[in-house]
Each structure stands twice: as C-alpha cells, then as structure tokens.
Design a protein around this ligand. Sequence first.
Ligand code: ADP
Ligand code: MG
Length: 338
Amino acid sequence: MDVIQLLPDNIANQIAAGEVIQRPASALKELLENAVDAGATRIKVFITDAGKNTLQVIDNGKGMSETDARMAFERHATSKIRKIDDLFHVRTMGFRGEALASIAAVAQVEIKTKRAEDELGTFIEIENSVVKKQEPCVCENGTNICMKNLFFNVPARRNFLKSNASETKHIIEEFIRVAMAFPSIFFSLHNNGQEVFHLEAGTLKQRVVQILGNNVNQHLVNVKEETDYMNIYGFIGKPEASRKTRGEQYFFVNNRFIRSAYLNHAVSSAFAELLPKENFPLYTLFIELDPAQVDINVHPTKQEIKFEDEKIIYAFVQAAVKHALAQASIAPSIDFSL
Ligand code: ADP
Ligand code: MG
C-alpha cells in the first residue's frame, strides 16, 4: 500500500511558519519590513498583551490592489523578485513571499489596504489560511494589518511563548532594529494603549539619540569610510560609553540588521586596550556593498548572512573604527591604508 500524501496547504503553511514566526516579535519584524518595502514614511505599531493578543502595524505606503491583497497571503507570493538571480540584486527587505502566508497560518489576520489611485480599499479577514471575509472598504491610503491571537490553532507553540515582559522585550528589540535602519521614516510603538516610542523622522544621529538616550550624544564618534568595494558609516561610542553587556551593538548590511560575532570582533579589536576589561563597545554601523557580494538567503529570518569575502569586510570595519578613534584623538594616530 502506498503511504505518502501531500499535506494540505494550511498544515504545510503552519509547518513553514515555524521557521519565520517564532514569537510576536518575529511577526512584527516581517510586518515592519513590508511597510518599509511599501515606501511608507509613517509606520505605527500597536500591541496588546505583548503582541500575543493583538499586534497591529499601520503604514502609509503604496497599499495593494484587491487581487494583490488576496494573493499576498499565498505561500511564495511576492512582488519583490521574479527569478533566482534577482536574489543577488534585491534591495528590498523581503523577497521570500512567506511572511504573510505564515502569519495567516498561525493567527487570525485582518487587513485593510488601499492604493492612492483607488477610491475604495480592500478588507480581508483570514484565519488558519482560510479567507473568512473579503469586501471593499473605506480606508486610508496604505496598509493596516492586525494579527490576533498568535498560535491560537497551535496550542503547543502558544505555550512556548514567554512571559509578557519577555515577549515585549523582544518586540522592542525588533522595533528598534528597523527604526534605527530607517531614520527618515517616522515610527511609533504603543503598548497596551500607551505610547512608548515616538520617533520623528530625522538624521541617523538623531535616531540613535532618540533610541539610546540623550546621554549617549556626547559619547558618539562618527565613522565614515568609502571605497569602490564598500562603504561604512555610523557611530561608535567612546570607550567611556562601553557597557558590561552587548545590548547596544547594531550592525546593518544594506540596511538589514545582522548578527555577526565575527564583525563584533572586528570592532572590539579596533578598540583593543582602550576598552576596560570585559566591556563591550557601543556602536551602530552600516555597511553598504553590492548585494551580489552577500548571500542574504542563508537563514529564514535573514539575520545571518554570508559575505563573498568575509576577511575584506573584517579588515575594513576594523580599519574604519581605528581611524575614527584616531580622528577623535582617542587613540594614537595610525597609518590608515587598506
Ligand atoms: P515578501 O515581503 O517576501 O514579498 P510577504 O509575505 O511579506 O512576502 O508579502 C507578500 C507581498 O505582499 C509583498 O511582496 C508585497 O507585494 C505585498 N505586501 C505585504 N505587505 C505590504 C504592505 N504593508 N504594503 C504594500 N504591500 C504589501
Ligand atoms: Mg515581507
């Protein structure tokens, strides 16, 4: 007897969702990135119960047509790439076409979306990958998406969620990472009706100070180097602003927050003995390079990436930080050549 069967779509989506959506914060990251990709200039987030109960993102981006609004929830449905080669040129945050399908497989979702050229928008209610309601609606230009009762249909995963305090911490972390990368966008975050972040659009330095606090302002040292291969810009904190924890270390590659112990080390090693023992430098650094030089598709959340030539990046980051420290007269002047 043959025993193999294809899984129904909603089960396949629930399984796939496990890779992308682990907690409310992962859904927030995906929804924020969609808003950024849609060209929004204002993005507002509302959460209740640490995002377990509701997590809503409202943007004033380009919105979707009625057909696209429905298509957006299909698995592998994306407007961002067309062929595999596009992966190595992609400038958008998303491209896998999995986020909305995953979220709709493990939560109840309501979306209102409208393009500027349309008179009416589209309202869709979807749950367990099944559309419950779809109708025209009156709404603002842009997209208003609300995720409710995450993992209501996967109790085992719902049980794995941590306390509200802990999940809220993750939410704020993801919120900050996206807000830091896009200082020209207004962001706000409301937690149980209370506004906890209100970040007016401005420069990167203003955004860093809005997020890390006024007291870091006096400790920020500008980093900026440009070569044909790559650019780096951003800020490092003077040694006295270093901390006992790694909390305030942000690396972005082409505006995408990444985790890299290797690049962390490049920065710390540039500080060398300037840094008190067991302290970590504060930094927000942006690397820009040809997307063909990085593979962002090695991990579903895209927080780990692969560089074509990791050693060059390491040397460049280290040299740029040393140079910045020297220019701020924090280290003895050094010969800066790559
Ligand atoms: P991806 O972002 O990888 O393309 P998603 O599942 O996150 O996949 O979204 C699917 C598609 O839905 C996107 O490619 C985009 O065309 C559309 N979309 C999603 N969110 C928004 C939004 N906030 N505004 C406009 N379009 C959106
Ligand atoms: Mg997306």
